[in-house]
Write a protein that binds this ligand. Structure first.
Ligand code: ZN
Ligand code: ZN
Length: 528
């Protein structure tokens, strides 16, 4: 089994843990949706901590639902690893039997040795996944407590600032202060929560592993082990007890010690003959580093083992992989996986902002999402043998509605994210309302918007543009004519002029008229 196949087998299983992590996070976000209610933050925090029991129960239900799914994929993975190992070695063994070099044996499907191996590896896979389930349950609870505590703490810090209190006015109650400050704190806290996720494993060094990384690593290891153990079982079935390990340069320390040697599966030691009839030593298999993660045939090990028959070269009867081609594709696939991970994390972020109803943050997250998707697409398009894996880009709960909203949000930001200019220096009008007939001009509209209107009065026609600032407040109008009243508008060549709009305490208090500046003439050169 090569690295790529190994990785692909494990992905089936880690996929269900990626989903589970998202489901748990979405559930947590659901529990803090009421951060804006009018109570002070101490009360809110107590209320949230009282929900832990309920949250735990819901999470437990999610975990047990997914446990069945992941168990089934793990079984499928083990079976695939077994089939792979059998088809790679069976023809070789059959040849050895024909030549009288090995005993005859039952078919792999009927082999008791293989069945035993599979039973023990099933158990091992199940145990591994159970540890993840337990870890994720208590880590989800911890993550919830961290989240609500950090919202309350951040809100408290915000509420202490005089500038914050000033915006609320001196009659603000503790309840209002609590609600408003949590409103400001929640976005940052959700972002941190999304970055951390829900770990599935804590190793001896105290490092937390993401569900994807841990389950993938553990399952890759189990799949590899299955292939090795099945091959060993078949060696025993055919009465072949000696195995040889191939050797290549740059092997890691434990592999380097074992590579190129002959081992006895029955753990004996002694001497045998190589191809040229030279005496060579063989060692007990239990003395090798097999079984250790960084040992021979362990995680990411590129070595192979072969049945060994004294004086016979049998390598050519057993399949080998094209290592170089596979490794290149494997590395490219790993880059793709990392980019898919970015996309998923970003989708999760969008989803949580949607869950808590933060429209502005959702919009920003959607723009980043479109960028990450474009990066992924560009990478995959640039490599011959890669293709998009939509299933690895999907996030459970990121449904059609959220997806459509994200697309719309991106379009919105493209249009209103900043004022844009044409090549000739004229400004891009965002909203052309010239054909709308009579309209009342909104005082507040979209951020950075420019509305264009047609004014017809007493046979005189002019174009009016209304400019909005980055908060969506109208701040200026540019008028191309004199409103059929040239005497009152002795400006420019045709009466063109500007109006400045002045705001105070959220109200328009003044509107003045003046000549256009040079910059404003350039900006509206197309209508003057
Ligand atoms: Zn190795
Ligand atoms: Zn005017």
């Amino acid at each position: 089994m090569n690295l790529l196949e190994n990785q692909q087998l494990a992905e089936e299983v880690d996929g269900s843990y990626i989903d589970l992590e998202t489901m748990l996070m979405q559930n947590i976000a659901r529990h803090i949706r009421d951060y804006g209610q009018a109570i002070d933050s101490d009360k809110w925090l107590l209320q949230k901590l009282a929900e832990i029991g309920k949250l735990n129960k819901e999470n437990m239900k999610l975990i047990s639902q997914m446990a069945g799914v992941s168990q089934t994929s793990a079984e499928r993975m083990l079976r695939a690893a077994m089939d792979d190992a059998i088809s790679a070695t069976e023809p070789g063994f059959r040849y050895l039997v024909q030549q009288g070099l090995a005993d005859d044996a039952v078919d792999a499907g009927k082999s008791k040795t293989v069945k035993q191996v599979m039973k023990s590896l099933h158990g091992q896979a199940k145990d591994t996944l159970n540890v993840c389930n337990t870890t994720m349950l208590y880590k989800a609870r911890d993550a919830f407590m961290d989240l609500v505590n950090s919202i309350a703490r951040n809100a408290g810090e915000i509420a202490e600032k005089q500038s914050f209190l000033d915006t609320l006015g001196k009659h603000a109650t503790a309840a209002t202060i609590g609600a408003e400050s949590r409103q400001q704190a929640v976005r940052k806290c959700i972002q941190e929560f999304n970055e951390k996720g829900i770990p599935a494993f804590v190793d001896k060094a105290g490092r937390e592993w993401t569900p994807e990384a841990y389950v993938n690593m553990a399952m890759r290891n189990t799949a590899r082990q299955t292939a090795e153990e099945v091959q060993t079982a078949r060696c025993k079935d055919f009465g072949v007890n000696l195995i040889s390990i191939d050797s290549h340069s740059g092997a890691r320390p434990k592999c380097a010690k074992d590579q190129g040697k002959i081992f006895d599966l029955n753990n004996g030691s002694g001497y045998t003959e190589d191809l040229k009839g030279k005496r060579i030593k063989y060692y007990p298999w239990k003395d090798s580093s097999y079984g250790e993660p960084d040992g021979i045939l362990g995680i990411n090990c590129g070595h192979h083992k072969w049945p060994f028959i004294p004086g016979v070269n049998i390598h050519r009867y057993f399949q080998t992989d094209d290592l170089d081609a596979n490794n290149k594709l494997y590395k490219e696939t790993q880059v793709q996986r990392a980019l898919e991970r970015d996309v998923r994390k970003q989708k999760r972020k969008c989803m949580m902002f949607d869950e808590i109803g933060d429209e502005h943050a959702f919009r920003e997250a959607s723009v980043d999402l479109k960028e990450k998707e474009a990066t992924l697409k560009a990478y995959v398009d640039s490599k011959d043998h890669l293709h998009r894996r939509k299933d690895r880009e999907q996030v459970v709960g990121f449904d059609k509605r959220i997806s459509a909203n994200a697309v719309a949000a991106k379009k919105y930001v493209d249009k209103y994210g900043a004022v844009r200019y044409n090549e000739d220096g004229t400004v891009v009008v965002t909203d052309d309302w010239k054909n709308r007939g009579h309209v009342s001009i909104p005082k507040e509209y979209r951020e950075n918007a420019i509305i264009e209107l047609k004014e017809v009065k007493g046979g005189h026609e002019q174009i009016n543009r209304v400019f909005y600032d980055s908060e969506g407040k109208m701040y200026r109008q540019t008028h191309s004519g004199h409103h059929a009243n040239p005497k009152q508008h002795k400006y420019g060549k045709n009466g063109e002029h500007a109006h400045d709009i002045e705001w105070e305490d959220g109200k328009i208090v003044n509107r003045t008229t003046r000549e256009l500046t040079d910059a404003e003439r350039r900006e509206s050169g197309d209508i003057l």
